[in-house]
Ligand binder design. Structure first.
Ligand SMILES: Nc1nc2c(c(=O)[nH]1)N[C@H]1C(S)=C(S)[C@@H](COP(=O)(O)OP(=O)(O)OC[C@H]3O[C@@H](n4cnc5c(=O)[nH]c(N)nc54)[C@H](O)[C@@H]3O)O[C@H]1N2
Ligand SMILES: Nc1nc2c(c(=O)[nH]1)N[C@H]1C(S)=C(S)[C@@H](COP(=O)(O)OP(=O)(O)OC[C@H]3O[C@@H](n4cnc5c(=O)[nH]c(N)nc54)[C@H](O)[C@@H]3O)O[C@H]1N2
Ligand SMILES: [Mo]
Length: 761
């Protein structure tokens, strides 16, 4: 099925962006069979004031937008939502769920937008259409029967601030904090680590800082694919001569060079801007060691300066006034040997010294990172080390400098801001209690990993998914999926059919919703949504496109209908009034979070949006010590397992042709892999050492040593420029290999970037 074609694997010569990007967008518009004029009209409105916020990544939208403020992957995401293809009741009448399980992720979503509410009929093994009221009443009846602590309210990161606030309130009024979200698999390590390091859970830079920075350090984030609009900011910086130092096991094209596909001059003249000025191919899981090398060099340079009476290299004043734990950190750095640092990072001392010298010469440095740091067993320590590095020269809380964790889903950060959190300490429960006259649950709820544990041990009985593809995104896919049918109730609120919808509880509903690009009419009145980007900036988003089906309801309305039919009436909780006028939800949000959302309904219209306050940006440190903390790592390696002969570190990655579990196509252009996702990227020496050859079919087998058999077969060996001892494979295909217990120590972020595996012929 589908458009999987004969695999072609050869290096891609082009830059990120450029003509390749234009071609790729044209192909997807054709494939989704969208009407071109109206789609171009929608793309024109993307990321503009009074337009809609892109449904792809969370990179901020500038206050003064370019003529087209979208990228290749944003255009793909929009086309994917605006598609003219439909997954109708007739489609479901023709296929059993068991049959659909044989389809690929791509083919399932490629059927197009869901059009009608559907109920799963176990006898026929098919989804059958049902009336909205019937679905809402049946779900509410089930929820009333179930023990509140046994129900999970998952959120994927796309739903608006308005919907998310109501969703979290629903869960708490119902009686739990079981609000796992995609962030649990993503930047949860960031929240946990940055709170300890600098007392803020999110990044400290805003878009303007990129214009004022004079150096950028980039760890484990693939901007060219996952936040392509960021390339414009990087390109501008590069053109100003700002050094960009990249740490990544793979040479990602988007970090190497870029041609702005929206600049006719650059396109026609084939002008490329080189981006990275130094590229260090660190081993997967080797970042703690690499940063140790950088910090150790800075310390040595500072010692030298002290001896020769030249200006200090460390910002001694900042360290004295604003930080805690420096002396212990310095002593620890001095005790680390270069031999250990080189072995653990896979990098040479000389190249780390060169990178440190670049850093030492810059007045204001931005530190960017992504999943390459968070998704490790010592993920939090990767981030602590990065923060330590930034603190050495006071690079947090000054213009042009700061930490920039690049968030995933377009509103994942905002969902946390308005209460989607399993940890009640992150939510103003007292205020909610007062505002809504109830006693909120105070015990910790389930995060994503704990929800999976609950499904396995039988303590979870109900699952509601506000978007997402839970069973495809999680680790330990096969065991959790096998246990899924034990659930009593499963409800999926979604735009398109995916694999998670094919595994159902006794009572199961698939509820189709409007997407963000579409017009939302409530009670005949057009409604506006809002989201928060990677830089804590909040803006309005106005959908105008014609809904994919007249039957669709907004996510807000769906949440409201479920909540009001499940919960006892409460005059302080005006569900229906909220659904009729989203401005009143924003007023409620402002009442719960007055410091963050002051003037919400007005300020969200400011071009570029408004920023939530961030204490660390003001150099106010809300940590246990009242200062920014230097925190020591327990090991130089972040993998959480020992090296052993023939044990590889598997990094699970995104291609250029996917959004998480949504597979747009089979062309990972920049990596030169076309027509297949069934690959394992390996260093040529490892291939030779194992007696394999390029193109050979192999399987990956879990080497976690816990006695559980996990394997993914039918993968083709591809010779790749990847550090020895590391292999690469695609997410979600490789997810069955990740043990549920293989996660970041504190945040339980699944450690998807260093999974212990063996390669078996
Ligand atoms: N088009 C598109 N956009 C997206 C997404 C998408 O799937 N498609 N997903 C969205 C989501 S939810 C998220 S979270 C973000 C994800 O965006 P990213 O954070 O970029 O995530 P990945 O592509 O998983 O991996 C990032 C990089 O980490 C590198 N890496 C792997 N292991 C290590 C390591 O140990 N150390 C270092 N230094 N680097 C390492 C990989 O080579 C890769 O280049 O993007 C968001 N935007
Ligand atoms: N091995 C491995 N596993 C990973 C990762 C990795 O790097 N490696 N990355 C992790 C990360 S960072 C993340 S964020 C998670 C992602 O996990 P999820 O967020 O659960 O997965 P998505 O693929 O983003 O969800 C796609 C589905 O969302 C639905 N959808 C799309 N738009 C909308 C909408 O507007 N409303 C609603 N209600 N539904 C919508 C569609 O039905 C679509 O099929 O995966 C994690 N899993
Ligand atoms: Mo993510």
């Amino acid at each position: 099925m589908g458009d999987e074609r004969k695999p072609k694997i050869e290096p891609y010569p082009g830059p990120a962006g450029g003509w390749g990007s234009v071609k790729s967008v044209t192909e997807i518009l054709k494939r989704e069979q969208v009407p071109i004029p109206s789609t171009v009209k929608e793309l024109w409105r993307q990321n503009k004031p009074r337009g809609f916020t892109c449904v792809s990544c969370a990179w901020p939208q500038p206050g003064k937008p370019a003529k087209f403020e979208f990228c290749e992957n944003g255009a793909k995401a929009s086309a994917w939502e605006l598609t003219s293809l439909r997954t109708t009741p007739e489609f479901f009448a023709q296929h059993t769920c068991t049959e659909l399980l044989g389809w690929s992720d791509h083919d399932l979503e490629q059927q197009g937008r869901l059009t009608h509410p559907m109920r799963y009929d176990r006898t026929a093994d098919k989804y059958v259409p049902c009336a909205w009221d019937e679905a809402f009443d049946a779900i509410a009846a089930e929820l009333k029967q179930l023990a509140p602590k046994s129900v999970v309210f998952y959120a994927s990161g796309r739903a608006s601030l308005e919907t998310s606030y109501l969703y979290a309130l629903f869960a708490r009024l119902y009686g739990n904090n079981n609000l796992p979200d995609s962030s649990n698999m993503c930047h949860e390590a960031t929240g946990v680590a940055l709170r300890k390091s600098v007392g803020a859970a999110v990044g400290t830079v805003v878009l303007d800082d990129f214009a004022g920075t004079d150096c950028i350090f980039f760890f484990g984030q693939n901007a060219g694919v996952n936040s392509p609009r960021m390339l414009h900011d990087l390109q501008k910086a590069a053109k100003r001569g700002v050094p960009i130092v990249v740490f990544n096991p793979l040479r990602e094209r988007g970090l190497e060079r870029f041609t702005n596909p929206q600049s006719p001059v650059e396109l026609l003249a084939k002008q490329e801007t080189p981006l990275a000025t130094q590229y260090l191919q660190v081993r997967a899981g080797g970042d703690i060691a690499a940063i140790t090398g950088l910090c150790k060099t800075l310390l040595a340079l500072d010692d030298e300066a002290a001896e020769t009476g030249t200006p200090r290299v460390l910002d001694a004043e900042f360290i004295a006034q604003h930080t805690h734990g420096f002396d212990e950190f310095a002593a620890w750095l001095r005790a680390q040997s270069w031999g250990d640092i080189e072995a653990a990072s896979g990098l040479q001392r000389a190249e780390l010294e060169r990178a440190a010298a670049t850093y030492a010469q810059a007045k204001a440095v931005i530190g960017v990172y992504g999943m390459g740091l968070t998704q490790h067993v010592l993920g939090e320590y990767n981030i602590h080390m990065f923060a330590n590095f930034m603190l050495l020269r006071g690079n947090i809380g000054k213009p042009g400098a700061g930490l920039c964790p690049v968030r995933g889903h377009s509103n994942v950060q905002g969902q946390r801001t308005v209460g989607i959190a399993d940890d009640p300490a992150l939510v103003p429960l007292d205020r909610l209690a007062e505002q809504y006259g109830f006693e909120p649950p105070r015990d910790k709820g389930l995060n994503t990993v704990e929800c999976c544990e609950g499904v396995l041990d039988g303590s979870v009985h109900g699952f509601i998914g506000l978007g997402g593809n839970f069973l495809r995104a999680i680790p330990e896919q096969e065991r959790v999926t096998a246990a899924w049918s034990k659930l009593r109730l499963t409800v999926q609120i979604a735009t398109k059919l995916n694999r998670s919808h094919l595994f159902n509880g006794d009572v199961a509903y698939l509820l189709p919703c409007l997407g963000r690009i579409e017009r939302v009419l409530e009670n005949g009145t057009p409604q506006v949504l809002s989201t928060e980007d990677s830089t804590s900036c909040i803006h309005a988003s106005v959908g105008k496109a014609e809904p994919a089906s007249p039957e669709l309801k907004s996510e807000t309305r769906i949440v409201v209908e479920l909540a009001r039919r499940t919960l006892p009436a409460n005059p302080k909780v005006p569900w229906v009034a909220w659904a009729n006028d989203y401005a009143t939800i924003r007023d409620a949000i402002e009442q719960t979070y007055p410091e963050q959302f002051q003037g919400f309904n007005q300020r969200m219209w400011q071009p570029g949006g408004f920023h939530r306050p961030n204490s660390a940006r003001e150099r106010v440190w809300k940590t246990d010590t009242g200062k920014a903390n230097f925190i020591l790592p327990p090991s130089l390696t972040a993998t959480g397992f020992d090296d052993a002969p023939d044990r590889f570190r598997l990094m699970t990655m995104r291609s250029n042709d996917q959004f998480n579990t949504t597979i747009y196509g089979y062309d990972d252009r920049f990596r030169g892999i076309d027509g297949t996702r069934e690959v394992v990227l390996m260093h040529k020496d490892d291939i030779a050492r194992l007696g394999l050859r390029d193109g050979q079919a192999v399987k990956l087998v879990s080497d976690a040593g816990d006695g559980v058999t996990r394997e993914v077969a039918g993968l083709r060996v591809v010779t790749f420029d990847i550090p020895r001892g590391c292999v690469g494979g695609y997410y979600p295909e490789c997810n069955p290999l990740i043990p549920l217990s293989h996660h970041a120590v504190f945040s339980k972020t699944p450690a998807a970037k260093s999974v212990p595996v063996r390669v078996v012929a």
